[in-house]
Design a protein around this ligand. Sequence first.
Ligand code: FAD
Length: 386
Amino acid sequence: MIVIIGGGICGLAIGWRLAQAGESVTIFERGEAGMEATWAAAGMLAPQIEAEYGEEMLLPLAMASREQWPEFARELEAETGIGVDYREEGTMQVALDRDDQEALDHRHEFLTRNGLEIEKLSGYEARQREPHLARAVTGAIFSPRDHQVDNRLAAAALRAVFEKAGGTLREHITVEEIMIKAGRAVGIRADSEEISADHVVLAAGAWSRNIPGMPDEARPPVRPLKGQMIALEMPDGMPLIDHVVWGPGNSIVSNVYLAPKSDGRLIVGATVEEMGFDTRMTGGGLFELLRAAWEVLPGIYDLPVLDSWAGLRPASRDDAPILGPSAIEGLTLATGHHRNGILLAPVTASEIAGYIREGDVSDLMRPFLVDRFTTSASAPPVTESV
Ligand code: FAD
């Protein structure tokens, strides 16, 4: 039997692939499945627009997952009848002044140099595609293959398909300890009950470092990185934008993005804050998000606010995921997905399920093993107090 700790998009997707292959799988989730970072996300599947200088090693994995998403979405919809709002309009990043334009020109050069399909647009061309963009937009880059999905619907579908494939989901149960005997994971303790397992998968998102039982040197170096978000309501049948649009940020919003969903929500995100496990909204967070979004798309001024929330990205030291074997035999890691966990869910599921069943580390997964942090893996857990 395989135990998965954490019922976010990673735990659910891995569980589904394993259950589909005939394995006996139980996911333990301390709250409700899909309600932490997976619920908080914007659902962008954008390895190109998200690509940062110095993070080139992430590109092959991210591109592989992006390639898997259309079929992954189709399979989820066919198996469950739950539409996941997979949208293919593409993603645009705009500049508002000369500094932004130079930064964008460098990004265009960086992405082109890495062989990625990216178009350069003038301000006029950008407004032709998105007429409500600010007059101040001086230019844009357009990534036609950076798509989006509704992450909340995807999580609901994954939960359904995991159970349909025979998996067991145990919610409102906190894993209190990973049981280790003679250097091998032999199960978990949850609700004071000891549950034996042949294999344990740690997919507990931002909390992955903190599960008791692991020696310090085996803890994955993952920390919470707070992101505040706002949902605005677009007029019925008259979306303000069709593409995902990125714009320049400010103090705590490194880049602002606006992601239109088919149910009329316009998701505005996100702050990037080192605040431990604090998920409270702040005046500054709301203000900076709305200001940055308004500069790109002034029409948001009149839109009703539907909701606001904050979530915790599971961030690793190099912002890339931590996948595969750990220092403990029988304990596999699937964590540290930072700002790309929705995008990376399909490839995480196929790679981790493949590793558990076959025991081989693939070339695609090898750069993401935890042993790349040889000097940082022994720090103590992050405290959960706010
Ligand atoms: P989570 O969804 O956090 O799931 C982990 C689960 O483990 C939780 O449900 C938690 O309750 C459970 N757990 C923890 N401890 C225990 C325990 N002891 N016992 C049992 N269960 C436990 N990614 C993208 O690809 N595109 C985006 O547009 C995007 N936007 C984002 C915007 C924001 C504001 C944030 C915060 C994140 C965004 N991300 C995005 C990142 C993405 O949301 C995460 O990388 C992804 O959801 C991580 O999934 P997960 O399953 O690892 O973690």
